[in-house]
Design a protein around this ligand. Structure first.
Ligand code: FE2
Ligand code: FE2
Length: 278
């Protein structure tokens, strides 16, 4: 039986961030507001969780974005180093970018995949998918160019089209299809929050989720653990993990059975500040 491990929202920092000046210094302070700017602690926590995930024997690992605090080359180097130290084979890891990974530049993720994250390009680049027994895991980017005062996401039309094709293929094969992405396909209740912090084209993805019962989403961004159904009363197909930068137990596991993804544990989040610059 295939098992998928899930971690999200590392918000990794470069060790020498104190040397920043001007706009870059202000940007980091703004984005880390409310959290200690402690590069060592964030790196240590990320490594411990990655090692715990590897030792669990999970078949595949999914990291759903905001892996860096503001997407600088130095922070991607930290991510690459932590991943290498954890011992995960790149072929068994799917990485996707979050809004934070694009604040230093809209092409920062693409440059990282051509540079220090190159070993992960085959599993994590735009339009890539990994086939495992009973399940296909597809990397879906929701990162877009925007100011640090906004934290929305969007899936490119081409990627949505690829997801639709993959959904049709896997429906025929009987495999589950899992989209690894940063933003939730669920809309914010408050309209302005949807523009500010939500997935802009969530309606398109929700249409696909309604059409295909074998389609699932594993995401981050909200910083809180949650299992949500596509239809009221149905089994959950949209899963989020607690942010690693915030939480004491952020590692989640999912099992694949008969074309469905089942979370190993479900608990109700009782925290607050779910949407504050996730
Ligand atoms: Fe985010
Ligand atoms: Fe985040």
């Amino acid at each position: 039986m295939t098992t998928i491990a899930h971690l999200t929202d590392f918000h990794l920092l470069e060790a020498d961030h104190d040397r920043r000046r001007g706009v870059e210094r202000w940007r980091l302070r703004f984005l880390s507001f409310g959290r200690p700017i402690d590069a060592t602690q964030r790196r240590r926590r990320a490594l411990a969780a990655l090692v715990e995930a590897r030792r669990s024997g999970a078949d595949h690992l999914v990291l759903t974005g905001d892996l860096t605090e503001d997407g600088t080359p130095a922070q991607f180097e930290v991510l690459a180093a932590v991943l290498a130290e954890s011992g995960w084979a790149p072929s068994r890891v799917t990485l996707v970018p979050g809004n934070h990974d694009a604040y230093a530049g809209g092409d920062a993720w693409a440059r990282a995949l051509r540079g220090c994250l190159r070993p992960f390009a085959a599993t994590s680049g735009p339009g890539t998918a990994v086939s495992l027994p009973g399940v296909v895991v597809a990397a879906v980017s929701t990162a877009m160019t925007q100011p640090v005062t906004r934290s929305a996401g969007a899936i490119a039309a081409r990627e949505l089209s690829q997801v639709a094709s993959l959904a049709a293929e896997t429906r025929r094969s009987g495999d589950a299809l899992v989209l690894a992405q940063h933003h939730s396909p669920l809309r914010h209740v408050i309209g302005v929050m949807q523009w500010l912090d939500g997935l802009i084209n969530s309606a398109d993805l929700m249409t696909l989720l309604h059409e295909h019962d074998h389609l699932h989403v594993i995401h981050g961004h909200t910083h809180r653990e949650q299992d949500a159904p596509v239809r009221a009363g149905a089994p959950p197909r949209i899963f989020c993990a607690q942010a690693l930068v915030d939480g004491p137990s952020p590692l989640r596991f999912y099992r694949v059975r008969h074309g469905r993804l089942l979370s190993e544990r479900t608990r109700v989040w009782s925290g607050a500040s779910a949407f504050a610059m996730a």
